[in-house]
Every structure is written in C-alpha cells, then in structure tokens.
Design a protein around this ligand. Structure first.
Ligand SMILES: [Zn+2]
Ligand SMILES: [Zn+2]
Ligand SMILES: [Zn+2]
Length: 82
C-alpha cells in the first residue's frame, strides 16, 4: 500500500510546495509515494528532503518524473510502491 510522501513546512515553503522532489521542476502535479518500508510507522510523516519528523505537505513529482509507472515507485528507494 503506497503512502503519500511528505515535505516539512520549511522544505515545502511557498513555491517549493509544487516543486518536483526528483528533478526540481517547479510544476509538480503528481503525488509522490513511499513504499511500505520507507513509509513505515512514523516515517510516514518524515520529510523526504531533510528527515524532519513533522512532514505535512504532500510531496509532488513533475509530469516527466511521475509519468506512467514511475508515479507508483517509492521516491526514496525506487522500489515498487503500488
Ligand atoms: Zn521532475
Ligand atoms: Zn524538510
Ligand atoms: Zn522505499
């Protein structure tokens, strides 16, 4: 079961909220996901950029990074998260 990847309030501040977490493209629109290992327990809310434990902003991928099956791969380890 895939978990929504998150950013903390600093990493997802302002326009960074929509920035692709993989390539930095400013037009992220596909939700980034974590596999069941990377998003296990309290890691579910860990910021995927700085590891802050209080992530609350949904991390996004741009259209290219989240194209097709890439949208269902863990942004941390690349494992299948679907
Ligand atoms: Zn991207
Ligand atoms: Zn952060
Ligand atoms: Zn993973």
């Amino acid at each position: 079961m895939a978990t929504q990847a998150k950013l903390c309030s600093s990493c997802g501040f302002g326009s960074d909220e929509k920035r692709c977490v993989k390539c930095g493209d400013p037009f992220g629109e596909v939700p980034a996901v974590l596999c069941s290992n990377c998003g296990f327990g309290s890691d579910e809310n860990r910021c995927i950029k700085c590891n802050d434990p209080f992530g609350q902003i949904p991390a996004l991928l741009c259209k290219s990074c989240g194209f097709g099956t890439d949208a269902e791969k863990c942004v941390k380890c690349g494992e299948w998260a679907g």
